[in-house]
Design a protein around this ligand. Structure first.
Ligand SMILES: C[S@@+](CC[C@H](N)C(=O)[O-])C[C@H]1O[C@@H](n2cnc3c(N)ncnc32)[C@H](O)[C@@H]1O
Length: 225
């Protein structure tokens, strides 16, 4: 007999699931092992889940994980949001991919630039890039949760389109809307360490000077809660 208990989620996917609105159809883009899709269906949080992946092998893995709840889960093979019709899912999760892939997937689907969609983004790299892209493309950060999983920091982002395109504060892009959360100082130190590494490769000039100012601000404890 098949196990019908929802799969356990780690802190990263648990934080992503918490941003999915109960009662809405969700699309899990890049579902791979299928744990999040299975959890959303099994817990009753989502009446319908679209589990999607660009590669057949991960999608087959998801089908296996999700088998006990298959009546509520549809499986789709294809690239990003190209396999969804506008409005098919209200809550869209893109987790575990590089930052550039996350923003490329969004940029390729203009229909997602609409306040009706609730985006849950968990970039595996370069959180700064995703925060900047969201602001420049008219999205607001409705929420952000810091999560530590498998020895790494993740920023779990919840974004909605407002149409207010703007150039964001570079310090905010680096540190996120998480500065009052547990682990924030450690996360900031980790982001700062990466900036310093990048800084070492820069020739003297305006970019290096701007980065020095940002590093100084990140290291100034009087500026942070
Ligand atoms: C590291 S896994 C992440 C799995 C799960 N979302 C998580 O966060 O634990 C990344 C998955 O994204 C899929 N993927 C990569 N690029 C994609 C794209 N453009 N469209 C859909 N899926 C993609 C990969 O095939 C892989 O299964």
């Amino acid at each position: 007999m098949q196990q019908r208990r929802p799969p356990q989620l780690d802190a990263r996917l648990g934080a992503a699931a918490a941003f999915v609105r109960p009662g809405h159809t969700a699309a899990d883009i890049g579902c791979d092992h299928g744990k999040l899709s299975a959890f959303l269906a099994a817990s009753g949080r989502c009446p319908r889940v679209l589990a999607c992946d660009v590669r057949p092998a991960p999608l087959a893995k998801a089908q296996k994980t999700c088998a006990p709840w298959a009546e509520r889960i549809e499986f789709r093979l294809g690239d990003g949001l190209s396999i969804l019709a506008p409005g098919e899912a209200d809550d869209i999760i893109i987790a575990g991919m590089g930052a550039q892939t996350v923003t490329d997937i969004l940029a390729a689907a203009p229909w997602v630039f609409d306040a009706r969609y609730n985006l849950v983004l968990v970039p595996a790299t370069r959180h700064t890039h995703v925060r900047r892209w969201l602001a420049q493309n008219g999205f607001e950060m409705a929420g952000e949760t810091l999560a530590r999983a498998a020895g790494r920091w993740y920023a779990v982002m919840n974004a909605r389109y407002s149409g207010r395109r703007r150039e964001p504060d570079p310090l905010w892009c680096l540190t996120g809307a998480v500065q009052s959360q547990p682990g924030a100082a450690e996360y900031r130190a980790w982001q700062c360490w990466k900036m310093k590494k990048y800084r070492r490769g820069l020739a003297p000039g305006p970019e290096a000077e701007a980065l020095d100012r940002l590093i100084q601000q990140m290291e100034d404890d009087t500026l942070w809660p």
